[in-house]
Design a protein around this ligand. Structure first.
Ligand SMILES: Nc1nc2c(ncn2[C@@H]2O[C@H](COP(=O)(O)OP(=O)(O)O)[C@@H](O)[C@H]2O)c(=O)[nH]1
Ligand SMILES: [Mg+2]
Length: 198
């Protein structure tokens, strides 16, 4: 799969606001603020379409991109949705709850979603919030794939240790190692998306 073009469509806070066709496959990107979601989308798109920020939790809406791709000799369209930091925002408790409701509502009520790319910083440990998200994704039977990001910031020994410690949580799913800086894992991730939306 090759991405030919990606264009920002709009920001939404609920799936109903979107008013998009149901037969376009959609891939969602979730994870903590600052984990590298926007950078990963830009790396896949090989152009800068998603705004990256150094202000964690700055985005409170789901940003939707229209993506033109080529695969198996054919062109097609899919959507990317770039999520606000999942329940990890430095905001009040009430706001965090409504935020989580928005994200969960969007994912659970959206028939287009073919893959949920869950980004985790390779330098962090799996914590209680990650466990909550994991349980919810499994409960809702959502198709997610874990990605360990920013692998350029860690040595191979530590990366391997992290992969082993995360394995137990992901029920046989293999985490893709990714770096928006070096491009590591890009091919593998595109191949995963290609299969997921096919
Ligand atoms: N070294 C390195 N930095 C990254 C990588 N991905 C993202 N970053 C940096 O991490 C910060 C947050 O990235 P961003 O894509 O805005 O994260 P988001 O909040 O999840 O969308 C930015 O300063 C990025 O330049 C990566 O793979 N390697
Ligand atoms: Mg972002």
């Amino acid at each position: 799969m090759r991405i030919l073009e990606a264009k920002y469509i709009k920001g939404a806070s609920s799936v109903r606001q979107l008013d998009l066709r149901d037969d376009i496959p959609e891939v969602s990107f979730i994870g903590r603020s600052n984990v590298g979601k926007s950078s990963l989308i830009n790396a896949l798109a090989t152009q800068r379409v998603a705004r990256t920020s150094s202000r964690p939790g700055a985005t409170r809406i789901i940003n939707i991109y229209n993506v033109l791709y080529e695969s198996r000799g054919k062109r097609g369209t899919m959507l990317f949705s770039d999520f606000p930091g999942f329940g990890y925002a430095k905001v009040s408790r009430a706001m965090a709850v409504s935020w989580q409701g928005m994200v969960e509502g969007y994912l659970a009520k959206n028939n287009r979603i073919k893959a949920i790319i869950w980004l985790l910083d390779v330098r962090r440990d799996f914590d209680e919030l990650d466990e909550m998200l994991l349980e919810w994704l499994i409960l809702k039977e959502l198709p997610f794939s874990p990605i360990l990001t920013k692998v350029d910031k860690e040595n191979q020994g530590n990366i391997s240790r992290k992969v082993r410690s995360f394995e137990q949580f992901f029920e046989g799913r293999k985490a893709i190692l990714f770096s928006a800086k070096t491009g590591r894992g890009k091919k593998e991730l595109l191949a995963y998306i290609d299969t997921a939306i096919y």
